[in-house]
Write a protein that binds this ligand. Structure first.
Ligand code: NDP
Length: 447
């Protein structure tokens, strides 16, 4: 329940209009809670209907994706692209290929993307897409045929100046390559319509590392504000995909010891510190399971199930797998074991109850919209390089990413303080992200 009757009614409308989409409701509720003090001070956001317009996507595209398996069976998946808000720039946001994908997941991700993209300070609007296709266990040829079919519909709605998708869960370098190839074949355009591209065809150095590195730069800024750092800290990271791997790499470079990683089957603990070269070989080359780590390090341990990872004692926890992976019980276990900071690499990995536990215990908490914005920020840098037809060095891109993450921390922190919620980066990130988009919407009239 909100104090404001207006917000209660708006939330009710969102639930009624988007039935059976609890992840989307959760994402909207969190933002509206943060905005309560803002609309008290600035009623023009209410009278102009900015909030009603923000919670409704500008466009939802939903389509059939037929494709054929290697043995000739016809399969049908569902494709989505949600173009949520273009007030400050072309729609930008990843594509997720995972069997759990349905409209509500893409809507929650697209909604959050609006604020995240605004926080980067770069001119990008919010969008998201994907499919319930599962690339796991498929041959390269099957993944290629799926991606070609998906793009054969999607190309009608995207371009370098309209909507620029990227990767997310299940969409990495291989999938982006196939998607790009098909876009180019159909449109005959060589343009920066996707980000996360390979380095030989317009990709940016540093993009692969950006979300994980950015997460650590953000966490470092949070720690430094309290006179602390990653130095000699024990870190637990969930997931073992793109974000988790590069968070592990940067945390280690900053002096921490990462002792646990997971996938959707279970988690490994290596008290000597994770051997990232082994993980990269298992995940990036062999597309194997995290359990295979034991073949490289028999002294490590493996346990089935994902949530057990949060019972491993650590100083810093970085959830980098998926939404709602930390519930109240897991949050309590982390706090009881003395965690000092939690920063979200995944999107919405902590349930509202878990966030309340972290905030109640007074530990540092970096919300996803701020903490994982480094990926999309570097995607925007890839767009800039594509339109300049230039490639920047890794060092240039990394330095820009570092600066952006520090700015995001400072802006979220300042917004929280301005609205009487000092230290609450959830509220600060939502408010700072909102204000820029809302002011652009006010200037552009009722559209
Ligand atoms: P990947 O597909 O590379 O890796 C995902 C990892 O999370 C895998 O280890 C996967 O395990 C695990 N995982 C996925 N779904 C579940 C589940 N339901 N339960 C438990 N574990 C699961 O994806 P990314 O690393 O790119 O994305 C991870 C998170 O980061 C997502 O929330 C994404 O939205 C977010 N993010 C990604 C960005 C990017 O640049 N890639 C940018 C910003 C946010 P398994 O292999 O067993 O499925």
């Amino acid at each position: 329940m909100f104090k404001s009757q207006y917000l209660n009614e708006l939330m009710e409308t969102v639930i009624k209009r988007n039935p059976g989409e609890p992840e989307f409701h959760q994402a909207v509720r969190e933002v509206l809670e943060s905005l309560e003090p803002v609309i008290e001070q600035s009623p023009e956001y209410v009278t102009s209907g900015v909030l009603e317009r923000l919670v409704e996507p500008e466009r939802i595209i939903k389509f059939r994706v037929p494709w054929m398996t290697d043995d000739g069976k016809v399969m049908v998946n569902r494709g989505f692209r949600i173009q949520f808000n273009s007030a400050i720039g072309p729609y930008k946001g990843g594509l997720r290929f995972h069997p759990s994908v349905y409209e509500g997941i893409i809507k929650f991700l697209g909604f959050e993307q609006i604020f995240k993209n605004s926080l980067t300070g770069l001119p990008i609007g919010g969008g998201k897409g994907g499919s319930d296709f599962d690339p796991k266990g498929k041959s390269d040829a099957e993944v290629m045929r799926f991606c070609q079919s998906y793009m054969t519909e999607l190309y009608k709605y995207i371009s370098a100046d309209v909507d620029v998708p990227a990767g997310d869960i299940g969409v990495g370098a291989r999938e982006i390559g196939y998607l790009y190839g098909q876009y180019k074949r159909i449109t005959n355009l060589y343009e920066g319509v996707l980000t996360g591209k390979g380095l030989t065809y317009g990709g940016s150095l540093g993009r692969k590392q950006a979300t994980g590195y950015g997460l650590c730069y953000f966490t470092d800024a949070m720690l430094k504000a309290q006179g602390n750092s990653f130095e000699n800290k024990t870190v637990v990271i969930s997931g073992s995909g793109n974000v988790a791997i590069y968070a592990c790499e940067k945390a280690t470079q900053l002096g921490a010891k990462v002792i646990a990683l997971s996938d959707s089957n279970g988690y490994i603990v290596d008290r000597n510190g994770i051997d990232l070269a082994a993980v990269k070989e298992i995940k990036e080359v062999k597309r194997g399971r995290i359990k295979d780590y034991l073949e490289y390090h028999s002294e490590a341990t493996y346990a089935e199930g994902c949530s057990g990872i949060w019972t491993v004692k650590c100083d810093i926890a970085l959830p980098c797998a998926t939404q709602n992976e930390i519930n109240e019980e897991s949050a309590k276990a982390l706090v009881q074991n003395g965690v000092m900071a939690v920063a979200e690499g995944a999107n919405m990995p902590s349930t509202p109850e878990a966030i309340a536990v972290f905030q109640g215990a007074g530990i540092l908490f970096g919300p996803a919209k701020a903490a994982n914005a480094g990926g999309v920020a570097t995607s925007a840098l890839e767009m800039t390089q594509n339109s300049e037809r230039l490639s920047w060095t890794f060092e240039e891109v990394d330095a820009k990413l570092h600066g952006i993450m520090n700015n995001i921390y400072n802006n979220a922190s300042a917004a929280a303080e301005k609205y009487g919620m000092a230290g609450n980066l959830v509220a600060g990130a939502n408010i700072a992200g909102f204000l820029k988009v809302a002011d652009a919407m006010l200037s552009q009239g009722v559209v």
